[in-house]
Design a binder for this molecule. Structure first.
Ligand code: SAM
Length: 259
């Protein structure tokens, strides 16, 4: 796991209502309150702004705090749609016999980029995230994104919990379970985008991904889709089919009656 320490930030200038929110979140997350917005190396601070939560990371003191902005993802331009096409194909959008809408469980939701893309495609999405601080940032990002795209509201719900325990409880069973566990550390890890660097500092590696795959394969009615780095070995043996992108690959395992 990560060796980063966490706290909720308040400053003397924090307004009283934001201070109350900070105190409540610190109690809920079991984190200390800290009178600073300047984290030390090895520290991550949750900042409460008027309309959003953001993370200040001492490892990168000169960069802006991270606020997750899902509506900034390009899902509509021809370029954006082309880039997202491998994910759409992998979950089975438009495939013969695919239900409408597809119900996808994003069992490793992180900061919710893939959740948001899947909802933008028209899927019904249940997003599951087990790290409480990540789940909080995810819920906050979804709340703000939904305000500017209410059509997606009815298609999305977020659950904070361990997906290996949540998946078997879902009724009806989802059509697709989507998995994007933390990738193994590679030589290029340090170059990855800031949200990914912060996620790694928060959650470390997802070493239990093979067990999660087994539960996903028992839960999905049609497919399990696993996102991998382009040249990484598959998580669970050879997939039924793979959809490569420029840097990533979506491995599809047909399960249940569609096998
Ligand atoms: C690589 S990130 C996912 C990024 C996400 N796909 C996105 O687009 O932002 C992996 C996330 O899955 C979560 N995770 C891994 N295994 C999980 C499990 N068994 N249950 C719930 N969450 C899990 C981790 O805490 C981490 O936040």
């Amino acid at each position: 796991m990560s060796d980063t320490t966490f706290a909720v930030s308040v400053t003397p200038a924090t307004d009283p209502s934001a201070r109350r929110v900070a105190e409540r979140l610190a109690a809920e997350l079991g984190l200390p309150l800290m009178e600073s917005l300047s984290p030390q190396v090895g520290q991550m601070l949750l900042g409460i702004e008027a309309d959003r939560l953001q993370l200040h990371w001492g490892h990168e003191p000169h960069s802006k705090p991270l606020a997750v902005e899902l509506t900034a993802l390009d899902t509509r331009s021809p370029f954006g749609r082309t880039r997202r096409q491998p994910l759409a194909k992998a979950v089975g959008l438009g495939a013969a016999g695919s239900p409408q809408p597809l119900h996808v469980v994003d069992a490793t939701a992180g900061f919710g980029e893939d959740t948001w893309l899947l909802a933008s495609f028209g899927c019904t999405v249940t997003a599951v995230e087990r790290h409480p601080l990540v789940a909080l940032i995810l819920t906050d990002a979804l709340r703000r994104a939904l305000a500017s795209n209410p059509a997606a509201a009815s298609r999305l719900c977020a659950v904070c919990g361990e997906a290996r325990l949540v998946l078997p409880t879902l009724q009806p069973q989802p059509d697709v379970v989507y998995l994007d566990p933390m990738f193994p550390v590679s030589k290029t890890t340090a170059l990855k985008r800031k949200p990914v660097r912060i996620l790694r500092a928060l959650v470390g590696d997802d070493a239990d991904a093979p067990e999660l795959f087994q539960v996903a394969a028992r839960t999905a009615r049609r497919r399990v889709v696993v996102k991998r780095p382009l040249h990484a070995p598959p998580l669970a043996g050879p997939p039924t089919v793979a959809y490569p992108g420029k840097l990533l690959r979506y491995d599809v395992y047909m399960v249940g009656s569609t096998k």
